[in-house]
Each structure stands twice: as structure tokens, then as C-alpha cells.
Write a protein that binds this ligand. Structure first.
Ligand SMILES: [Zn+2]
Length: 200
């Protein structure tokens, strides 16, 4: 399991087992940002909406994939000019930034992911985009010189959502929707999700 540096680890251990108790119950421990997950605005803004305050339809959106996978290098900055994006009039899309960095999941190299320039995030917000997803640990650089959370600030500051640690973005066809429905965690600043795309 690749974790954001400093986040608590994921554990899963038996609490009851079929041979001993006649039934199985497991105890899991993780944080709100473990694995594939969605960030709520309250992740960065204390008085902003938590995950349980966001309507369910906000987590099911038409997908627009921006493929920058040919351009990425370790810790490379993805700028607005790298985007070849046309936002059509489909309502409330999620813009998915495809880097294919997910191939490094579980390895030390995963932390050296490419990241989004904060100005590109502001351009998305200006075009009405209120949700982004990326196949890396974070859309901001992790533990680097640019580690200022500018993308989180721009998207979450506009009341939007960020999905992190996605994978298989190459497999998403045109016209697909993405489902990233979270657990309904009271006051949650995010939640793990089982993200999937589908064509209605
Ligand atoms: Zn997060």
C-alpha cells in the first residue's frame, strides 16, 4: 500500500474467526486519505463542507480524461498548456488527469509523481470544473520544493472535490461516467472510495 508520507498505515486483522467464533469479523485501521479516495473541501478549509454534507450525485460525474502520460517525468510539473481540453456542455464533469504514474503504485518511485501546476487548477476552476481526479498520490507535489498545496487550495477552496490514487485511466472510453461515492463519514474530510467508470 502506497501511503502519503506521515499518514497512518492501513491494517486489517481478525477480530473474530469462523474456526474460533463461528463467524468472521475483521478490524481495519486506515485514514480518510488511504488508497483511492476523495478529498472534501474541509480537508483544507475548516469551515467548508465535509464529505457527508455533499450530495450523492456530486460523486457520479461524466468523465473528461486529459492524457498527459507522454509528457510526464519524475516530479515534472504539468502546466495548463499541456492540457488539450474542451469542456463541453455536459453538466458537472470530473476532469481526470492521466499520467499513468499508477504503474509505480507500491514502489518508492510512486512518491516522485508528476504534479499539476496551481495555475492549471485555477484555469479549470475558472471554466467551471469542480472535480478533478489523478492517478498519483496527490495533484500537488509531495515532499518537494513546490510542496505548497496550491492545487488543493484552488479546487477545494472553490468547494470542489479531488480524487487521488486512481488507476487505469487509459481504459476510460468517451462518454463514460465515473462513480466515486464515498462512505458517509460524519464530519469526514475525505473518504476511501471504490472508483469505477461505466458507459450508461
Ligand atoms: Zn486526499
Amino acid at each position: 500500500m502506497s501511503l502519503y508520507p506521515g499518514d497512518p498505515p492501513y491494517t486489517c486483522s481478525p477480530h473474530a474467526t469462523v474456526p474460533e467464533h463461528g463467524y468472521s469479523v475483521q478490524s481495519i485501521s486506515l485514514c480518510t486519505h488511504t488508497g483511492t479516495h476523495v478529498d472534501a473541501p474541509s480537508h483544507f478549509f475548516a469551515d467548508a463542507k465535509s464529505i457527508d454534507q455533499i450530495p450523492l450525485p456530486s460523486f457520479i460525474r461524466p468523465a473528461i480524461v486529459v492524457d498527459v502520460s507522454e509528457k510526464v517525468v519524475p516530479r515534472g510539473r504539468i502546466i495548463w498548456d499541456d492540457f488539450n481540453l474542451s469542456i463541453d456542455n455536459r453538466s458537472e464533469p470530473i476532469v481526470l488527469i492521466r499520467t499513468d504514474w499508477s504503474k509505480h503504485w507500491g514502489k518508492p518511485e510512486y512518491v516522485n509523481h508528476p504534479f499539476l501546476d496551481a495555475e492549471a487548477a485555477r484555469q479549470l476552476v475558472a471554466r467551471g470544473v469542480s472535480a478533478i481526479g489523478i492517478d498519483t498520490l496527490s495533484p500537488d507535489e509531495t515532499e518537494g520544493a513546490a510542496n505548497d498545496f496550491g492545487v488543493h487550495q484552488a479546487i477545494l477552496g472553490a468547494g470542489g472535490l479531488i480524487v487521488e490514487n486512481l488507476k487505469n485511466l487509459a481504459a476510460i472510453p468517451d462518454g463514460a461516467f465515473v462513480n466515486f461515492v464515498p462512505l458517509n463519514l460524519k464530519g469526514g474530510d475525505g473518504s476511501p472510495v471504490r472508483a469505477f467508470a461505466y458507459v450508461p
